[in-house]
Design a protein around this ligand. Structure first.
Ligand SMILES: [Zn+2]
Length: 453
């Protein structure tokens, strides 16, 4: 799931208004919800549910979470690891007999870098956008302890050194500007809160000098061992340009004579992660469920078209799903009746007892109504909660006027996410096979109930 700031929510609101005024979503939704209701009352539906549930295999999904989060590991947008994940998904879908499309798209330039001490210790560093870059070999310099980075914290001594600045008190942009004015050769900002990975601060800019972000523990260690003893550090920052990410798409065609004229249901899940996070919950979990549904649903004839969109670059602004939706023709958008998006569906965090159904407007739609009816039929153990929230790929579908929902595990009432979210602790140790199965059964049976007639 993508982190959302204030800016994004106002954009979201605008999107809601546009979608409902342009596409008349509510009307379409009411008719479809009635259809879903009549299905729920049809006892025949139960045997169809069982066709799905009997085949959704928790062990296979856990294996896929393990492969994505451990064998591959963090899958940051635009990296080789993200591409490796895409190839893994592609090959798997092909093994199920799908014709698979890889859809490449550009993502913005990125700064990346490294930091090590003169005694060759690696220090985890995040390079915020707005940082300057360095020569290939980096810059090597003594550290200057610049406290909180206020103007008064810099003396002439700072000139030509890398300023080590604590988070707090004044904005990051002011800290960096003060360092630039003092003639510093670079800036390292350390957290004032203990977190396992460096934060990604908004520093403004662009600046001419390189800026890195490190953890509180790293900052304190550098202060003691390096700054105090006048040792040096080397900071390397490189700008990466013309970076590509990719979506992997597979289509399950409807019964032969219906090709090109039926409704379309989209299942989506992002496979990228944030830096330093194995991304087991976010979102190897949703990816593994979608892969399993691609396997299970492949052999069952259906009257509607089913599309699987495995998307990249979600964490840097839903770029993959935006691109995917932008490539649909007007006719395809019109035929699209629902998007079932999965993001963080398998956490073992004990408080996350509810399956949240996030929609942009907080309103029910054909996807949420179908899921509710299905949960009732199959006896889904977890409570389903309809909730107003963007911050995942369902936003892109909603913005095109396609009724969309994101399934995500949260703590009831508080809506809290698991504490491992976006950290190095988002590992398979915190994934529940039972909850993966629950998600697979619920979403698989829901989608099947929609596409089979
Ligand atoms: Zn995320």
């Amino acid at each position: 799931m993508m982190k959302v700031g204030k800016k994004a929510s106002s954009v979201m609101l605008a999107a809601v208004l546009t979608a409902s005024s342009l596409y008349g979503v509510p009307v379409q939704f009411v008719q479809s919800a009635e259809a879903a209701q009549s299905q729920a009352e049809n006892p025949g539906s139960k045997s169809f549910d069982q066709k799905v549930i009997a085949r959704v295999d928790a062990a296979r999904m856990m294996e896929d979470v393990r492969y994505l989060s451990e064998t591959i590991g963090p899958r940051v947008a635009g990296t080789e690891a993200e591409k490796e994940a895409a190839n893994f998904i592609r090959k798997r879908l092909e093994s199920y007999g799908y014709t698979v499309e890889t859809q490449e798209f550009s993502i913005p330039d990125k700064m990346a870098g490294g930091l090590h001490t003169s005694d060759l210790k690696e220090v985890l560093v995040t390079i915020p956008s707005g940082s300057g870059s360095t020569p290939e070999e980096g810059i090597t310099s003594e550290l200057y302890d610049a406290g909180l980075g206020r103007a008064a914290d810099f003396s002439e001594e700072a000139s030509g050194k890398i300023a080590l600045i604590s988070r707090g008190d004044i904005p990051f942009s002011e800290k960096v500007s003060n360092a630039v004015n003092a003639g510093a050769a670079g800036v390292l900002i350390y957290n004032n809160v203990d977190q396992p990975a460096p934060m990604n601060p908004s520093i403004g800019g662009p600046y001419t000098i390189p800026v890195g972000s490190i953890t509180k523990a790293s900052g304190e260690a550098l202060l003691q061992d390096i700054a105090a003893q006048n040792k040096t550090v080397t900071l390397t920052v490189k700008r990466f340009q013309n970076i590509k990410s990719q979506n992997i798409i597979a289509i399950k065609n409807p019964k032969p004579n219906k090709d090109g004229e039926t409704d379309i249901v989209h299942i989506s899940a992002h496979f990228d992660s944030v830096p330093f996070a194995p991304g087991a919950s976010d979102n190897a979990s949703g990816t593994a469920v979608a892969l399993e549904l691609a396997r299970v649903l492949k052999s069952y004839p259906a009257d509607k078209e089913l599309r699987f969109a495995f998307v990249g670059a979600e964490e840097i602004g839903l770029l993959g799903s935006k691109h995917y939706v932008s490539q649909l023709s007007g006719n395809e958008v019109e035929r699209s009746i629902a998007n079932f998006n999965m993001d963080m569906v398998g956490t073992a965090w004990e408080n996350a007892t509810a399956i949240y159904m996030n929609t942009l407007d907080g309103q029910a739609n054909i996807a949420t109504e179908t899921a509710l009816a299905t949960a009732e039929r199959i006896g889904t153990p977890s409570e389903l909660v309809l909730y107003q929230r963007g911050a995942s790929d369902h936003v892109s579908f909603h913005d095109a006027g396609i009724p969309a929902v994101n399934f995500i595990r949260r703590e009831p009432v508080t809506a809290n996410l698991e504490p491992y979210y976006h950290t190095p602790l988002d590992s398979i140790d915190h994934i529940s096979a039972e909850r993966m199965k629950e998600a697979g059964d619920l979403i698989g049976a829901s989608v099947y109930s929609l596409i089979r007639k």
